[in-house]
Design a protein around this ligand. Structure first.
Ligand code: ADP
Ligand code: MG
Length: 249
């Protein structure tokens, strides 16, 4: 067990992964505070998706430490990491097309033990209330009975975020959540993220700098598996190292 530090929900230190000798993530360190929206930017191949894969246990690290509220995530399996309170959304939406919005959310509701029959009814009501609450948050309250197949691409992305939110993770990680979304949908997604960090921290990988400006508490610029620059949006945008990497592309 690593030490819990209440100032940070996540402490990534010297995180490294080597694929056949190529270090996609190279002694990377960064720290995420409670109620923070951290945006990770960086050129293609910088290692952004790999960082999320390492944190959620999908890819095994070669070295370093990922301390989530006193849990060493590098020693845990993917399902244990989810159970500890880390939710991860991948780039392509993976909702159940043949099920309704309600059913998709219901499926994602954390399973209780249901040992006591008398509690069934109350659990049912609690589940419905929670689904309603989440549906309002993700702008789908009027589409609960709609099959997911009929949702727009953006609405599917929101539904998938809802399916993670219903599990109440303390850290939510999103890989390019607004890719393929309209301008209006991007604005609403920024609103959604600003609302959800009231109760949790979020790590977002993003390219759209307008969207980044709308959501970021802090920005980490990744380059060749390392932190190139970090701080406010304004700070990193004016950092000569960042300008050079982006213009050089
Ligand atoms: P980004 O998300 O910043 O575009 P990635 O994290 O997807 O970058 O990839 C970083 C680098 O690591 C790339 O060069 C990619 O080809 C390489 N890479 C990622 N995953 C693997 C893997 N499983 N095996 C080998 N190389 C990988
Ligand atoms: Mg990526």
């Amino acid at each position: 067990m690593v030490q819990n530090n209440p100032n940070f929900v996540l402490m990534v230190e010297d995180l490294t992964v080597s694929f056949d000798g190529f270090k996609a993530v190279n002694e990377l360190s960064f720290y995420v505070e409670p109620n923070e929206c951290r945006v990770i930017i960086g050129p293609n191949g910088a290692g952004k998706t790999t960082v999320l894969d390492l944190i959620c246990g999908r890819t095994k690290a070669t070295g370093g430490s990922v301390n989530f509220k006193g849990h060493e995530l590098l020693n845990m399996r993917e399902d244990q990491i989810v159970h500890a309170g880390v939710g991860r959304k991948f780039q392509t939406p993976s909702v159940y097309e043949d099920l309704t919005v309600f059913e998709n959310l219901e499926l994602s509701y954390p399973k209780g033990h249901n040992v006591f029959g008398a509690l069934f009814f109350r659990r049912d009501d609690a589940v419905k209330a929670r689904i309603q609450e989440i549906a309002e948050m993700i702008f789908l309250q009027d589409l609960l009975e709609e099959k997911a197949a009929f949702l727009s691409h953006g609405q599917k992305q929101w539904l998938e975020i809802g399916m993670l939110l219903i599990q109440d993770p303390e850290l939510l990680m999103l890989d390019e959540p607004v890719a393929g979304m309209s301008v209006a949908e991007r604005k609403k997604t920024a609103e959604l993220l600003n609302r959800i960090i009231a109760d949790r921290s979020v790590i977002v990988i993003e390219h759209d700098m307008g969207f980044v400006a709308d959501i970021a508490t802090r920005v980490t610029v990744l380059h060749q598996g390392k932190v190139l620059s970090e701080g406010s949006m304004e700070r990193v945008q004016n950092d000569p190292k960042v300008i050079e990497v982006y213009l050089g592309h």
